[in-house]
Design a protein around this ligand. Structure first.
Ligand code: AHR
Length: 505
């Protein structure tokens, strides 16, 4: 190998951040665009199950090993009547869906989504409407879902064909209530009081649930982080998580800054943790607040097309970002941010899962296919289970229009002690030059490189389409392990998964 820029990393199995909560590999399905209708549900499609769920989509969701899916919104939940989506199909009303200005036929509702989640091997994270509704609708929905029987709402569920309770554990108290675009938008005091009282009623129905309070819609909200402080002042002892949402885009076509966006994301996470801990101290509480990063992704390609859509159609193609190669790099980097704070980030949902800003796309009546961002998501979800370790890293840095001192190397490390596997995720942010990564793994005696997966492409703007998968990982990474040291060549702008395993002989 010729000399290239050099970064070093030291990994020690004792430098533990925390056990990775697999729910950080969650995702999100909203009644929006073709996520539900034409995405997970398309009766009559050649690959549909008897219930109308697309098996080809389920297979791809299983490839991603998605442990939990947030539902039914999103902005949509803030004007949603959950009762519209249960009971005989022919009785379900068509409604004006206000968040995305479409017609909602309500052919899929709570029970159908729970059925789908079972087929896809995933759990449901349910959001309640704290926009147009409140305590009553939330406690009734919980009773409908989780109470065994003998009450009005639980018996109605049984009448609807679901004898066993759905046992949904995780519940979101509204969605982005800080956002002026939200139907029923509230001030932090209004929301905090409502969330606290809703939490109280819901826990009386089912004390085993976990609750997520709404944090800010993104780091640039003018009310951030005071929103978190005020909300938690009202709810600290009532909830288990505070949510974070963040989307990025490369609108100014400045890829050097774009790949550094996770510096911003790390700062977002750190600030929310600091705010949680401030309220904890203020309240002399013993409880630790955890983070649910329950919407994150790249979102900007489809903005213009969405502005052209006429309102009030059923399942139009909304938010159908076609992702390119550099988006995949940023997605890998965002996932590594969660691993670095695995001690506090316990849930995260890639928004969303199918057709709407999604790793999985479908054609109505046709095939399902993988977007570029599918691959880093799959890699970290499948191989990033175990204990997140804190590597000691030295990397050259660069400056961009938006950031200074950006490390060329972005990385996270997960050790799976049971499987005797060490996985190093790495991104070379340098757009033109390779980076030689030297990793000290002397504490992992007897390990060998099992696999070096690479996602690279000469064109940052390369995309996948239904017929052509131009961006795909390969397994021919250049790396070797000698005397407890790994040397790996990371080509310019590339994503890597280095999997080390204890030798069997
Ligand atoms: O995921 C798309 C939208 O982004 C969600 O409905 C909303 O919560 C966020 O603003």
């Amino acid at each position: 190998m010729n000399e290239a820029r050099k970064a070093t990393m030291t990994i020690d199995r004792e430098f533990k951040i925390a056990e990775v909560d697999e729910r950080i590999y969650g995702s999100f399905i909203e009644h929006l665009g073709r996520a539900v209708y034409g995405g997970i549900y398309e009766p009559g499609h050649p690959k549909a199950t008897a219930g109308g769920y697309r098996q080809d989509v389920i297979d791809l969701v299983k490839e991603l090993q998605v442990p939990i899916v947030r539902y039914p919104g999103g902005n949509m939940v803030s004007a949603y009547n959950w009762e519209d989506g249960v009971g005989p199909l022919e009785d379900r009303p068509k409604r004006l869906e206000l968040a995305w200005r479409v017609l909602e036929p309500n052919h899929v509702g709570t029970n159908e989504f729970v059925d789908w989640a079972k087929l896809a091997d995933t759990d449901v994270m349910m959001a309640v409407n704290l926009g147009t509704r409140g305590i009553d609708a939330a406690r009734n929905l919980l009773e409908y879902c989780n109470h065994p029987e003998g009450s009005y709402w639980s018996d109605l569920r049984k009448e609807h064909g679901y004898a066993a309770p759905h046992a949904i554990k995780t519940w979101c108290l509204g969605n982005e209530m800080d956002g002026p675009w939200q139907v029923g938008h509230k001030t932090a005091d209004e929301y905090g009081r409502l969330a606290s009282e809703t939490a109280k009623a819901m826990r009386l129905v089912d004390p085993t649930i976990e609750l997520v309070a709404c944090g800010s819609s993104n780091i640039n909200m003018p009310t951030f982080p005071q929103w978190e402080a005020t909300t938690l002042d009202h709810t600290y002892e009532d909830v288990d998580y505070i949510s974070l949402h963040q989307y990025y885009g490369n609108r100014s076509n400045d890829s050097a800054s774009y790949l550094a966006k996770t510096l911003d994301m790390d700062r977002f996470i750190e600030t929310v943790i600091a705010t949680c801990d401030y309220i904890k101290a203020k309240k002399r509480s013993k409880k630790k607040m955890y983070l649910s990063f329950d919407e994150w992704n790249v979102w900007y390609h489809s903005n213009e097309a969405d502005r052209q859509l006429e309102p009030w159609s059923v399942a139009p193609p909304q938010l159908e970002d076609v992702y390119n190669f550099e988006d995949a790099l940023l997605v890998g980097s965002m996932l590594m941010s969660f691993l670095r704070r695995a001690d506090r980030v316990k849930m995260a949902c890639m928004a969303q899962l199918v057709n709407v800003i999604a790793p999985i796309m479908t054609e109505n009546g046709g095939d399902a296919w993988r977007q570029t961002i599918f691959f880093p998501y799959m890699h970290v979800s499948v191989f990033g289970r175990g204990t997140s370790l804190q590597p000691v890293i030295q990397s050259p840095t660069y400056d961009t229009k938006e950031y200074t001192d950006v490390p060329h190397l972005d990385s996270a490390v997960v050790f799976n002690e049971e499987a005797d596997e060490l996985t190093i995720f790495a991104l070379n942010r340098h757009l033109e030059e390779a980076l030689d990564l030297h990793i000290d793994v002397r504490g992992f005696e007897g390990y060998r490189i099992a696999e070096h997966i690479v996602l690279e492409n000469g064109d940052l703007k390369a995309v996948n389409t239904a017929g052509k998968q131009s961006v795909q990982p390969h397994r021919n990474g250049t790396s070797k392990l000698e005397d407890g040291r790994v040397t790996a060549r990371l080509s310019n702008a590339s994503w890597h998964v280095l999997r080390l395993k204890a030798s069997s002989e």
